[in-house]
Design a protein around this ligand. Structure first.
Ligand code: COI
Length: 356
């Protein structure tokens, strides 16, 4: 068992924070002053420590560079009204982290190591947590295979790191998406539900093609039939049709999104009917062609709620409702209120870090 209270800390000699406007940085560009790092060897995690942010020196033979054993999480910490900091749904993220690690045949990260490493890093770098509207400290825990071996094998050695960066908007405006029917994101039995690097690498070319054609993102369809909606870009996707909140059910191809889950719980608590089920392109198109109001949005840690203003199916572009009174914005506001301590944390989502 890890003695988490004894994580050694080496502090930076000079913070990079003075002079930075942490409420106005491009997404994911600026690391905080410190990082957390631990090493896995001989079947256990060792050498957990917090150090000034630094480069990694690794052998070009390290397995992570070759066969894809890389797993990550995307999390956020928020400035509470009372000045303390809250990490959002730490336990749920940790559970998903281990599910992803298991799928990639990588070792679990114990809860105490994950929690204490993150809490202590956030406490040390708490001045980097922005307080602006839509701003947060984005936290990126990740594990990479570090064994030096040019052979396709499960690595026997790993590094677990946690880094952080102050962020604002991921998307600056409502999205125009196209239904993708050539490429797929994930197939049944594959790694779609895991947060592994390969899922994101494989999405880059289709996304670039969509951007070149004038869209912001793709709406992924299933591998077998290309008839059912899966996710949008790097986010879960939700629709509000006829007052019913509909999203694809979790499966081996759908990421168990923490923002997705939080919005579904908020909606259910408000008495909104929620359906987690298959939704076909034909069903969506019929709704878009009717007089019914259709809201569509992506949900993810980075993007929070990303309104979709238009969906192109084949050659036909359809408008979705993005008016100010759209329910998706009220979900976002409610989520924000809980995360910043303005509303009651009824589900115990906030992992509070008390700062001096
Ligand atoms: C997130 O929403 O946190 C993600 O991980 C998506 C992307 C930034 C990789």
């Amino acid at each position: 068992m890890h003695r988490t209270t004894t994580i050694p800390v080496q502090r930076t000699k000079e913070s990079r924070l003075p002079g930075l406007d942490i409420n106005n940085l491009p997404f994911g560009t600026t690391p905080t002053d410190h990082l957390f790092i631990a090493r896995y060897a001989d079947g256990e995690w060792t050498e957990a420590r917090i150090e000034p942010f630094h480069q990694l020196t690794m052998s070009p033979f390290a397995l992570c560079f070759h066969y894809g054993q890389t797993v990550f999480e995307g999390m956020k910490a928020f400035r509470l009204e009372d000045g303390n900091v809250s990490i959002f749904r730490l336990q749920k993220h940790h559970e998903r982290f281990n599910r992803s690690l298991q799928r990639l045949n990588m070792p679990d990260v114990p809860y105490e190591l994950f929690r204490e490493g993150m809490r202590q890093l956030v406490a040390l770098d708490h001045r980097w947590v922005p307080s602006g509207k839509d701003s947060a400290l984005y936290i990126r825990p990740f594990v990479i295979a570090s064994e030096e071996r040019i052979k396709v094998k499960t690595s026997d050695e790993y590094l677990f790191l946690i880094v952080g960066t102050p962020v604002g908007h991921y998307y600056a405006r409502p999205l125009r998406v196209k239904v993708e029917t050539e490429f797929i994101r994930a197939a049944d039995g594959g790694t779609g539900y895991a947060k592994c690097g390969g899922n994101y690498g494989g999405a880059l070319l289709p996304t670039q093609r969509a951007v070149e054609a004038g869209y912001d993102q793709v709406l992924w369809t299933d591998a077998q039939t290309r008839e059912f909606i899966e996710e949008s870009g790097t986010m879960n996707v939700l629709f509000l049709i006829d007052g019913i909140l509909i999203t694809p059910a979790l499966s081996s191809t759908i990421l168990d999104g923490v923002t997705r889950d939080s919005i579904l719980q908020l909606a259910r608590a408000r008495g909104i009917k929620v359906q987690e089920r298959k939704i076909s392109i034909r069903e969506l198109e019929a709704a878009l062609q009717s007089d019914t109001r259709v809201e569509a949005f992506g949900a993810g840690t980075a993007a929070v709620v990303a309104p979709i203003e238009s969906i192109t199916i084949g050659d036909q572009a359809y408008d979705c409702y993005v008016g100010e009174d759209a329910a998706m914005f009220s979900f976002k506001t409610a989520l924000q209120a809980i995360r910043t301590g303005k509303a009651e944390d009824a589900w115990g989502w906030n992992e509070v870090v008390v700062v001096e």
